[in-house]
Write a protein that binds this ligand. Structure first.
Ligand SMILES: Cc1cc2nc3c(=O)[nH]c(=O)nc-3n(C[C@H](O)[C@H](O)[C@H](O)COP(=O)(O)OP(=O)(O)OC[C@H]3O[C@@H](n4cnc5c(N)ncnc54)[C@H](O)[C@@H]3O)c2cc1C
Length: 378
């Protein structure tokens, strides 16, 4: 029996969640808070999939095209973060490092400069608090910046959250609300019926609602009468640096990498984007690419200690939007996967929308754009 388990395991719950990544854990917490009896199964420990590798940057205005669906979802979720996190922290009785002091995106060549100017104009039109900076102004706000910088764009609403602590706090907060976590539990198959049956190597769990939050591995699950969910793994490598002094002032985003500073002297440098299937190894090429990019962006990082290399498989859907909503073919099944590069950012919104839907049938407009049926007969 694992340390994550409550002792009062019952075979039947209101919900079984497959996958204890940031999405599954956020869902578990929101649903347990609404009074649902929740069981979460993961073949590893909570957060040990893509989530442990995540940089935790909350930056919808960099990650998505202006006025795109992804931007709208990201902005909505970002707006929920303060309230969501304060609830989690209060229930878990555990702090989660979290900052909302903006991002500094920098350009180091003419095309980068043109891109920053375009972004700045689009953000101005959207009414987003941001400033376009000259080279001298960039140096003022970020003295560590490298010699190649030509301009910068500060986007004020952006931020970052420490994902490992976030997942631990989500689990604690969900446990307080009587959720049950079963780790080292591989789910093999989901069968339909009035109650779904979730077949695992630790027995069969029954519930009227099963949520598929298995990240990049979602397509490997056998679902009765339903084709495999079309998510594919996209590997990301990230460097965790320690003993960085002085620290960058905020998240610095360059052409080839981004750097996320934390007050304990750590800086996370992300991330590669690699199409290599289910391969979770770190590679010399990945480390070299990130180390070189980080040194160009912030030369002071050359002196940092390389603490570890983190690798994760991002769950990518064909249109790069999350897959969230009820299955048409298996009504007991709800999908919550495909969050690709933005699963941490989108966790509060996904959790809230799915929890509302499962507990009260309320259909948020998000479910129209993330509906699984857009991708086939799911
Ligand atoms: C290097 C890197 C940097 C990133 N940076 C950011 C960032 O700055 N901001 C951001 O918002 N996002 C970022 N992301 C993306 C983010 O990490 C993902 O979108 C998010 O972690 C996806 O969460 P998840 O819960 O869906 O998947 P996961 O965290 O992968 O969790 C899925 C879980 O399901 C379990 N599972 C799978 N199959 C089974 C089965 N059959 N039985 C039991 N359990 C199963 C797995 O063990 C796993 O724990 C980054 C990703 C990477 C790799």
């Amino acid at each position: 029996m694992s340390s994550w388990q409550n002792t009062d395991i019952v075979k039947h719950t209101d919900v079984v969640i497959i996958g204890a990544g940031v999405i599954g854990c956020a869902l578990a917490y929101e649903m347990a808070q609404r009074g649902l009896r929740v069981r979460v199964c993961d073949r590893r420990a909570p957060g040990a999939g893509a989530s442990q590798a995540s940089a935790g940057v909350l930056a919808p205005y960099i990650e998505a095209e202006s006025r795109s669906t992804l931007e709208q979802l990201g902005v909505r979720s970002l707006e929920l973060f303060d309230e969501f996190l304060s609830r989690v922290v209060a229930d878990a009785q555990q702090d989660v490092p979290y900052v909302r002091d903006g991002t500094l995106e920098v350009a180091t060549d003419d095309s980068g400069l043109a891109g920053l100017e375009r972004s700045w104009r689009a953000l101005q039109e959207e009414g987003v608090e941001c400033e376009l900076l000259t080279t001298a102004q960039v140096r003022e706000v970020e003295p560590m910046i490298g010699p190649l910088v030509q301009a910068g764009l500060v986007v004020r609403p952006h931020g970052a959250v420490s994902v490992r602590e976030l997942v631990t706090a989500l689990v604690r907060a969900a446990l307080v609300r009587r959720a049950v976590f079963v780790d080292a539990c591989t789910v093999r198959r989901v069968r339909g019926g009035r109650d779904a049956e979730v077949e695992t190597d630790q027995g069969v769990f029954r519930a009227p609602t099963v949520i598929l939050a298995a990240g990049a591995w979602g397509g490997e699950l056998q679902l009765e009468r339903v084709p495999a969910v079309p998510v594919r793994p996209v590997r990301g490598q990230l460097l965790a640096l320690a003993h960085v002094s002085p620290l960058p002032q905020r998240v610095v985003w360059g052409r080839d990498c981004y750097c996320v500073p934390w007050s304990d002297g750590r800086v996370l440098v992300g991330a590669t984007v690699e199409d290599v299937g289910f391969d979770e190894h770190a590679t010399l090429g990945g480390v070299r690419h990130l180390a070189a990019a980080a040194s160009r962006l912030l030369p002071g990082l050359e002196q940092a200690v390389l603490e570890n290399v983190r690798v994760g498989l991002r769950p990518c859907s064909p249109d790069r939007l999350p897959i969230v909503g009820r299955s048409r073919r298996l009504p007991t099944l709800v999908y919550a996967t495909g969050h690709y590069r933005n699963g941490v950012l989108l966790a509060p919104l996904t959790a809230q929308v799915v929890a509302d839907f499962v507990s009260s049938g309320r259909e948020d407009p998000m479910l129209e754009v993330t509906c699984p049926a857009r991708l086939g007969d799911l």
